[in-house]
Design a binder for this molecule. Structure first.
Ligand SMILES: *[C@@H]1O[C@H](CO)[C@@H](O)[C@H](O)[C@H]1NC(C)=O
Ligand SMILES: *[C@@H]1O[C@H](CO)[C@@H](O)[C@H](O)[C@H]1NC(C)=O
Length: 557
């Protein structure tokens, strides 16, 4: 009975995060899961290059596609439910994994407290990210791991984890070896009858699913490693110094929980015989961080599967310590940890980068209702860094949309620049060569951009009027958490020229607000723009749109 209450409490917190977390974190939350599921179920949606090359597994999108299909059959496929239900699904899985964490740690109060409060887990626990799935599967596997006694149930969850995200092997290799070393069973039998058998079953099921959906025989984990590690494609998306996970990555993800974690590390090192499990976990954490550090492209979310391991170390030490601490100290500690987590959780979940999430219902309305003078539906162009917003999964109308792509240099071309880079190098030039001048109705009906760009393309915008201005982030200089930490790592001396240029790029590409423009219809005066831009220089200083050379190539439609 008590366990049921604990589960309901955890579930309540996770479901609350579905509704509280209304900000944008990383593109993968939408582009690698919802978008793919939408394409599978409704026939339209955008598949990024990862899906064309086949480096991702369809397993997770298929789960979501199942939900979508069910909604479609019941005629309940409203965009609100398409957005909400996958998050509720992930939040429920996260809640179950938290519950397993509680059971694994011996059902102690500190464990429950520490798994409920981390700001990062609140922020990402209900997001449809492969990393969130990986973290919850890791926790479930850890809770079935034979820390004491025998058992191989954990292998299922661990194998699925490794299939979906091959990097998870870094955690499971040392732990499997530990299991084999301490098990009293016959090692050869254990390997053949359990490890190999379960591994093969999970792999063949995964390969079968992916082969069917990719339309060719494909082992996605192999393709993933090939592209990300051997070809170092990831570094295209930014690189960091090798020690970044130790100085910035893990401390940020843990936040204030770094303090109990460090306490746990010290206790474990001092009295390793009393903390046998923690000791093993620390070795695993350290090895994993070392391997992750060898890859140039680093992100916070890549350490999320380590979160349960770190929390175990902290909870174990705090539980033992709490027998000797006074209740005042206990309550103070808990309060400090709670407040230290609530502040970043609140800020990042409700304020920072909320623009894209508020934007999508407005675009959805446009996609549904807008008709131009020729009764054409909306035709939306995103002049933003690639994947700055969710896409068809949040629109659920088959209208034409286009964004600036940012595919890595797959063909190994020299002097390669992706479309977004080419655009931001010279926006006016890109517009002239990609968007037809005549007739006006061939131009996109709507434009979505960050505010600083409006000035640069003001001539082009003369045919448009501002429809919406949506608050995005209060700091213009930083694009998200990643950039915040880049700043930080610069401050602690981790400066690299690469990082500086990356930041400068970002500064000029995003902004405080997101603007939505609508093309003027015949007879509509364009006084809107003029009125809004009093300080704009005389329009005769700019070449008029009419005088521009005709577009060389019209790639728009
Ligand atoms: C969506 O629209 C495109 C372009 O108009 C069309 O080719 C495609 O068949 C449509 N897809 C669906 C599923 O309606
Ligand atoms: C836009 O114009 C400003 C000021 O003229 C300039 O600093 C900035 O680099 C331009 N941005 C782009 C993307 O061209």
């Amino acid at each position: 009975m008590r366990l049921l209450y604990v589960f309901l409490l955890i579930l309540a917190v996770r479901l609350a995060s579905v509704f509280v977390v209304q900000t944008y974190y990383v593109p993968d939350e939408y582009w690698q899961s919802l978008e793919v599921a939408h394409k599978i179920t409704f026939g339209y949606g955008y598949l990024t290059w990862e899906w064309v090359q086949g480096i991702r597994s369809y397993v997770y999108p298929l789960l979501i596609a199942g939900l979508y299909k069910l909604l479609a059959l019941l005629h309940l496929d409203s965009v609100q439910l398409l957005v909400l239900l996958p998050r509720i699904l992930q939040a429920t899985l996260t809640a179950y994994s938290d519950y397993r964490f509680f059971v694994w740690t011996g059902k102690r109060k500190w464990a429950l407290f520490l798994v409920l409060v981390p700001w990062f887990w609140f922020y990402t626990g209900s997001r449809t990210l492969a990393n969130t799935l990986e973290a919850s599967l890791t926790t479930i596997a850890l809770s079935y791991f034979p820390w004491f006694g025998e058992g191989t149930g954990y292998l299922w969850s661990a194998a699925i984890c490794c299939f979906l995200r091959p990097t998870a092997a870094v955690i499971w290799l040392p732990l499997s070896l530990y299991h084999l070393r301490k098990s009293r069973q016959n090692v050869v039998e254990l390997i053949l009858k359990r490890f190999v058998l379960i591994g093969l079953l999970v792999a063949s099921l995964g390969v079968a699913i992916d082969t069917y959906w990719h339309g060719r025989l494909i082992v996605t984990p192999y393709e993933f490693l090939k592209y990300n590690i051997f070809n170092n494609i990831g570094s295209f998306y930014g690189s960091h110094p090798w020690y970044w996970y130790f100085t910035v990555g893990l401390p940020t993800v843990l936040g204030i929980n770094t303090l109990p974690f460090i306490f746990g590390v010290m206790e474990t090192v001092k009295k390793s015989e009393k903390f046998a499990v923690s000791k093993q976990l620390l070795i695993t954490i350290f090895l994993t961080l070392l391997v992750l550090s060898a890859v140039e492209h680093k992100e916070f979310r890549f350490v999320s599967p380590l979160l349960p391991l770190c929390l175990y170390v902290a909870a174990d030490a705090l539980s033992k310590w709490s027998y000797r601490a006074s209740s005042t100290i206990l309550w103070t500690t808990a309060l400090v940890i709670l407040v230290g987590n609530i502040i970043p959780a609140w800020y990042l979940s409700t304020v920072h980068q909320k623009g894209p999430i508020e934007l999508m219902p407005k675009l959805r309305e446009i996609a549904q209702d807008y008709r131009d003078e020729r009764e054409h539906r909306a035709n939306i162009l995103f002049l933003m860094p690639c994947h700055s917003t969710p896409y068809y999964s949040h629109i659920h109308e088959n209208v034409t949309m286009r964004f600036l792509t940012c595919e890595p240099n797959l063909d190994k071309k020299e002097q390669y620049k992706d479309e977004a880079d080419r655009f931001f190098e010279n926006p006016v030039h890109w517009i002239n060569s990609n968007i037809p001048v005549h007739p006006l109705t061939a131009q996109p009906s709507h434009l979505v951009l960050f505010d600083p760009l409006a000035e640069n393309i003001s001539v082009f915008l003369r045919n448009y009027r501002l429809l919406h201005r949506i608050e995005h982030a209060e700091v213009t200089r930083l694009e998200g958490l990643q950039a915040l930490a880049d700043e930080w790592s610069q401050a602690v001396g981790a400066q690299s020229p690469n990082l500086v240029s990356l930041l400068q790029h970002r500064q000029s590409r995003t902004g405080r607000s997101i603007l939505v423009y609508q093309r003027l219809k015949k007879g509509e005066e364009n006084a809107f723009n003029r009125g809004g831009n009093e300080d704009e220089p005389d329009v005769h200083d700019h070449p008029g749109l009419e005088e521009l050379p005709p577009a060389e190539e019209n790639q728009f439609n």
